[in-house]
Design a protein. Structure first.
Length: 127
């Protein structure tokens, strides 16, 4: 067999993933992140139940800048997974498979996720 110098198709330098594919991958990643974040939530709840110095220790970690960053990521993952799950429910019902409709829904999912995350953090800071 002769070796050809032709590029593989689709070539990685030319092909760009569609936004729907990127959000599909992100949906899976946020599902994993929600699992890990739920373990952190259980840890915090157990520390709350024990009270005293252990709760102060856990609260100090969660209140630090890295803890707040993790909580921010967890809240974004929660809202993104929720909004994208709603989009998948519409797809399960047979709606929104056209390319324009799917692209519009993908942009709506991203905008709603960012907006809901911002709203939740603004309300958390105000209240």
């Amino acid at each position: 067999m002769s070796v050809s110098n032709r590029p593989l198709s689709p070539h990685l330098q030319i092909y760009r993933l569609p936004l729907t594919a990127i959000t599909s991958i992100l949906h899976r990643a946020t599902g994993v992140a929600l699992g890990a974040g739920t373990l952190l939530l259980v840890w915090w709840l157990m520390a709350t139940a024990t009270g005293g110095s252990y709760f102060e220790f856990v609260q100090g970690i969660m209140g630090s800048w890295i803890g707040l960053l993790v909580l921010f990521g967890f809240s974004f993952a929660l809202f993104f997974h929720l909004c994208n799950g709603i989009r998948h429910l519409f797809w399960d019902a047979g709606y929104g498979f056209e390319i324009e409709s799917a692209d519009r829904a993908t942009k709506l999912v991203i905008a709603a996720s960012v907006g809901l995350t911002a709203l939740a953090w603004i309300l958390a800071c105000v209240l």
